[in-house]
Ligand binder design. Structure first.
Ligand SMILES: *Cc1c(COP(=O)(O)O)cnc(C)c1O
Length: 219
């Protein structure tokens, strides 16, 4: 078995019930992605619009592409209809643009709100204190369905990781009380190669594993 296949078999063994595995394939080739595909993986994560576009064209159409990186407003129209889930809904201008484009294309767009749980300045995502206002805006954007939350937690010790994962789970549970037709808390996307097992123990329902499947990335 190839290294990629071995890695997937190992990760799959550790997945808790009900957790979806996203294979983060940024910088990886279609051939490498097809190795994962052969192991039954259908959910792939990318952080660049150009990469999704290129891979979308040459790879099987039953792949579900997840956008997990910063999305520029001028590229929104390129990914709508090609992405299964935009996990990086991180600001008002992006929400407004997605809604506008989706209306023109007559689409509903599934998203996760990216939360900057560690309040890190260099990171994207909505701060907890700004969430109520953001949710209020989303109520009027009727082409956007929020299906949950995504977080990239600060680097730190296992204990610190668990603290942030737990905090995310609390926010997620709290927001469940606000559910409506276009706002449902189904997906809590947190945990990467180094910490996804801790994330699952704290309630993650979707883990995003890159290097743990494909090996290190060459940029
Ligand atoms: C690259 C990336 C991952 C995967 O990281 P690994 O450490 O390679 O598992 C997960 N989530 C996001 C948002 C990423 O950009």
């Amino acid at each position: 078995m190839s290294r990629i296949r071995e890695n997937i078999a190992r990760v799959k063994e550790t997945l808790l019930e009900g957790v979806t595995l996203i294979a983060v394939s940024k910088t990886k080739s279609p051939e490498e992605i097809m190795e994962a595909y052969a192991m039954g993986i259908r959910d792939f994560g990318e952080n660049k619009v150009q990469e999704i576009e290129a891979k979308y064209d040459v790879l099987p159409k039953d792949i579900r592409w997840h956008l997990i990186g910063h999305l520029q407003t001028n590229k929104v129209r390129k990914v709508l209809g090609k992405t299964h889930l935009i996990q990086s809904l991180d600001r008002e201008s992006l929400a407004v643009e997605i809604n506008k484009r989706a209306e023109k294309m007559n689409l509903m767009v599934d998203t996760l709100i990216e939360v900057n749980i560690g309040e890190e300045e260099q990171k994207a995502g909505i701060l907890l204190k700004d969430l109520p206002e953001f949710l209020e805006l989303l109520r009027n954007l009727d082409r956007i369905h929020v299906r949950g939350l995504m977080a990239i937690i600060p680097q730190g010790s296992l204990e610190e990781n668990r603290y942030y994962f737990r905090k995310m789970k609390e926010v997620f549970t709290d927001l469940k009380k606000n559910e409506s037709e276009r706002f449902t808390m189904e997906i809590l996307s947190m945990g990467m190669s180094s910490d996804y097992e801790a994330a699952m123990l704290e309630g993650s329902t979707m883990v995003r594993v890159g290097t743990g499947i494909f090996g290190s990335r060459n940029y």
